[in-house]
Design a protein around this ligand. Structure first.
Ligand SMILES: Nc1ncnc2c1ncn2[C@@H]1O[C@H](COP(=O)(O)OP(=O)(O)OP(=O)(O)O)[C@@H](O)[C@H]1O
Length: 248
């Protein structure tokens, strides 16, 4: 579903490449975390997949298409294939919840009757039934992120990119948003999520890609946030201590 072959990205003003000779493949239906320190190239990689930026060298393929060869007029079609959500939600403040989700369908020319049916369905799916008429500033952060996911998912994209989607949320709300992203993934959408949230990555044990200074340094199945064995804070995994309290 996603393929990068020897991809390098240099920004005009950067002293070193933001991405350096990155090669990776993500299959249909996978759920993958993208981790790495600040400035390691995570957002750049996501922006290449959306054709918001172009690679300086190498091949970027999404759903079998070389994104560099997509003519500008067809980029909106790519963005229907690839939905995205961000840390700061990016909702339209002057549109209601339903209006924000409907907008995603309006811009791609879906007929009114389809919009009227599909929007309530997807709002139900993300747990926002009853809040259709609220405006973004009348919602909690977690609810705003649900709207953003509904908007990204309403066109049934084949890939969902999430750039630090839990970054502005408290841990409990972040976990709820993760469950929603898992639902989206279960529905068949490939999910690639950039995050600094070590707890979520360690708890979910999915494939982890790690970037460091623009280089792919780890590709681990069922990985944790850091390389090496994962320790999940859970009492059931505490070592059993012998009676008398002496640790063995
Ligand atoms: N538009 C730009 N112009 C020039 N340099 C950029 C631009 N965007 C990003 N960079 C640089 O590219 C490198 C990678 O940045 P990127 O935003 O992809 O990192 P990141 O891993 O997403 O970081 P964070 O976790 O802080 O979001 C950094 O050195 C950054 O300064």
């Amino acid at each position: 579903m996603i393929r990068l072959a020897s991809v390098t990205k240099r920004y005009a003003t950067g002293s070193r490449p933001a991405l350096s000779d990155v090669t990776l493949e993500i299959g249909v239906g996978e759920f993958v975390f993208l981790v790495g320190p600040s400035g390691s190239g995570k957002s750049t990689l996501l922006r290449l997949l959306l054709r918001e930026e172009r690679a300086t060298a190498g091949l970027v393929e999404v759903a079998g298409r070389d994104v560099a060869r997509i003519p500008d007029r067809r980029v909106p079609q790519l963005r229907r294939t690839v939905g995205c959500v961000f840390q700061d939600f990016r909702l339209l403040p002057d549109r209601t919840v339903a209006g924000n989700v409907a907008f995603a369908l309006d811009v791609v020319g879906r007929p009114r009757h389809v919009v009227r049916t599909v929007v309530p369905e997807v709002l139900e799916l993300v747990g926002l039934a009853g809040k259709e008429k609220r405006f973004p500033d009348e919602l909690s952060g977690g609810e705003q992120q649900r709207v953003a996911i509904a908007r990204a998912f309403v066109g049934r994209p084949r890939v969902l990119l999430a750039d630090e989607p839990t970054g502005n949320l408290d841990p409990a709300t972040g976990s709820e948003i993760m469950e929603l992203l898992e639902d989206v993934n279960q529905a068949g959408t490939t999910v690639l999520m950039a995050t600094h949230n070590a707890g979520l990555v360690d708890a979910m044990r999915r494939r982890v890609l790690e970037l460091d200074a623009g280089t792919l340094v780890r590709d681990e199945r069922r990985g944790g946030y850091d390389a090496g064995p994962v320790t999940i804070p859970d009492q059931r995994t505490e070592p059993v201590r012998p009676a008398g309290g002496a640790a063995g």
